[in-house]
Design a protein around this ligand. Structure first.
Ligand code: SF4
Ligand code: SF4
Ligand code: SF4
Length: 370
């Protein structure tokens, strides 16, 4: 057994028992909306090792009992397309050109330290667990898909084809397997040790060691260490022109490489969840109105499945009117209790929310029609 596998198995043993109360930061202490668990786990994806074999995709499909893809996992040509994760494919591996040379990167949920999806979901379907996983439980899900808009990595997928009870789907960090002391399916299947599982703090140390012990091999940047407030899954990127030392002095070059790998380095270090929470909390009454707005969205989502397009349009208009009536009544009530200024702020914020909601719905429908 090599050292890397040992680290991953050591790391996974007894996950449930060792993580109980390791939350060390609160919103007030560190700007986090969610507690920060410094004993939590993560995965380091080393793109210099990844060969784009798609074994991780296949393992994910198998361990999670997902539908088989149209093209077999042996067909590596699909990696040339910029695929995104979906309800049926919780991880995909794509090929990217980095300064003229091909590299592969695995996409899945980053399991953010402070997940925007969770902050955006008023129905509280998402939870950040002490072991690092961000998990979704859909019994309260109203199908608003606001989590999909909020996620900075475009990760959650929606079961558009599910007629009766469409839900959001995404990588679970193989949480049920972690509870059994097993590795995530994708990590276990990777033949190149391109995926290392371990405590997040250990992974950062390992990543730093790889960068410093292999001058010129990696850019001096651990994607996810701080991006979007920090993520459990992190990425190491290649310095293909052998200018590692120079990159170290010029972090802009690291950003250039990350961008070529399809990674956004402009998310900042502030937790995304905090931004989402802040947006929702800017006018506190909006939070109270959210169920009203998404009640309309829920009706649209559920009812449109069984309808002809004309009937769907009628349903959308009907739901929109219902929402408008409910919002109007709520704003009038607010005006009585809080005054005209608060009512104006609420009206403006809700108009923006509805516009965003409608744009997202139109986008989703456009995607389905194409
Ligand atoms: S199994 Fe490993 S080497 Fe193969 S595509 Fe996935 S991450 Fe890359
Ligand atoms: S915000 Fe996106 S990447 Fe982060 S935990 Fe939620 S779904 Fe995953
Ligand atoms: S951790 Fe599990 S659910 Fe997530 S990509 Fe890997 S195999 Fe799929």
């Amino acid at each position: 057994m090599n050292r890397r596998k040992f680290l991953t198995i050591l790391g996974s043993a007894g996950v449930a028992s060792t993580l109980g109360t390791a939350a060390t930061a609160t919103k007030a202490e560190a700007g986090h909306v969610f507690p920060y668990y410094d004993e939590s786990y993560g995965v380091l994806h080393d793109t210099t090792r990844c060969i784009g074999c798609r074994r991780c995709e296949e393992a994910c499909q198998k361990v999670n009992d997902l539908p088989k893809p149209d093209k077999s996992f042996d067909d590596l040509s699909v990696t040339a397309t910029r695929r995104r994760t979906s309800a049926d494919a919780w991880t995909v591996v794509n090929k990217y050109e980095v300064d003229g040379k091909p590299f592969f990167r695995k996409l899945q949920c980053f399991h953010c330290n402070d997940p925007a999806c969770a902050s955006a979901c008023f129905a509280k379907c998402f939870r950040k667990l002490p072991n690092g996983a961000v998990v979704y439980e859909g019994s309260q899900c109203v199908g608003c898909r606001y989590c999909m808009i909020a996620c900075p990595f475009y990760v959650p997928g929606f079961e558009y084809d599910e007629a009766l009870d469409p839900l959001v789907q995404k990588c679970t960090f193989c949480e049920p397997r972690l509870q059994e002391g097993k590795l995530p399916g994708c990590v276990e299947a990777c033949p190149m040790d391109a995926l290392t599982f371990g405590r997040r703090s250990d992974l950062i140390r390992i990543a730093r060691a790889r960068i410093s012990e292999n001058p010129g091999k990696y850019v001096n940047y651990i994607y996810g260490e701080h991006d979007a407030g920090g993520t459990a899954w992190m990425v190491l990127a290649p310095a293909v022109d052998g200018k590692g030392a120079k990159v170290e002095q010029n972090p802009i070059d690291a950003g250039h490489t990350m961008k070529q790998l399809g990674l956004n380095t402009h998310l900042g270090t502030q937790p995304m969840g905090e931004l989402t929470y802040g947006a929702l909390g800017a006018v506190p009454m909006i939070v109270a109105f959210w169920p009203v707005l998404f009640g309309g969205a829920y009706a649209i989502t559920k009812r449109r499945e069984a309808m002809a397009k004309q009937a769907q349009d009628a349903a959308v208009n009907e739901a929109r009117q219902d929402v408008a009536v409910a919002v109007d009544a709520a704003v009038r009530k607010l005006e009585e209790t809080e005054g005209p200024g608060a009512a104006d702020r609420a009206r403006r914020a809700m108009t923006e929310a509805l516009k965003a909601r409608e744009a997202e719905t139109a986008h989703a429908r456009h995607g389905e029609e194409n």
